[in-house]
Design a protein around this ligand. Structure first.
Ligand SMILES: [Zn+2]
Length: 220
């Protein structure tokens, strides 16, 4: 009986699929042609509803950038960005790039021990849910250290330069002001995410909005 029902259900689903009434179960690419699901995609979308898969994903090619690490593609772009900023008289330094699953886990666990889980969740992503694990995110700072990892970074030379020019190098400000209900993070003007020049030039707010994804304010 069960078998017959499931066969019937499958037949009906197949018919609906053929008639275009429902979408196929697995969509490899978005309507805009990007792969936002694979951990190794330059356009992967990671948020509190979208953990990295596999959990302990490690980028294939990590490159050193002044004591930090990024995926090769992002590292090249970052170096060009920093060089251009310097030419414009702005000294941008890398503060935190790639973090492995276990590094993120220790960071998160240390916050949980100190402040409890609720507060820890506002301070660091849980392991598997951090963009830093993709090797495509870099927290930047001013060489002077002023407003490091604080909202006032936006009004510093590095913050202003990045907001105006990051997209030309393939980076977006991943957690813009006023989008906490969508991204799950307060304004982080220092957190740059490499997505490639093409996509960076198209995203005006968040990746969630651009790809028409559900808002991810909290973990499920
Ligand atoms: Zn960050």
């Amino acid at each position: 009986m069960l078998k017959r029902i499931s066969r019937m259900t499958a037949a009906v689903a197949g018919l609906m699929l053929a008639l275009g009434m429902i979408a196929p179960p697995v969509t490899a690419l978005t309507a805009t042609g990007y792969d936002i699901d694979s951990a190794s995609s330059l356009q992967v979308v990671v948020n509190k509803h979208r953990p990295l898969n596999p959990a302990t994903y490690v980028p294939a090619r990590l490159v050193r950038v002044q004591g930090e690490q990024l995926r090769a593609e992002a590292a090249d772009a970052y170096k060009q960005l920093a060089k251009a900023a310097k030419a414009a008289g702005v000294n941008i330094i890398p503060v935190s790039g790639y973090r492995s699953y276990s590094q993120q886990a220790s960071l998160y666990d240390s916050y949980v021990r100190q402040y409890g889980q609720a507060t820890a969740d506002t301070l660091a992503a849980r392991p598997r849910f951090s963009e830093h694990q993709t090797g495509l995110a870099m927290d930047i700072g001013n060489a002077s250290g002023v407003c490091a990892l604080q909202a006032c970074f936006a009004n510093t030379p590095a913050g202003k330069w990045a907001a105006e020019n990051a997209a030309s190098y393939g980076f977006i400000i991943r957690y813009p002001a006023g989008a906490e209900d969508v991204t799950g993070y307060t304004y982080e003007p220092w957190h740059l995410r490499y997505v490639g020049k093409e996509l960076a030039g198209q995203v005006s707010t968040t990746l969630e909005d651009y790809f028409d994804l559900e808002p991810a304010p909290d973990y499920l």
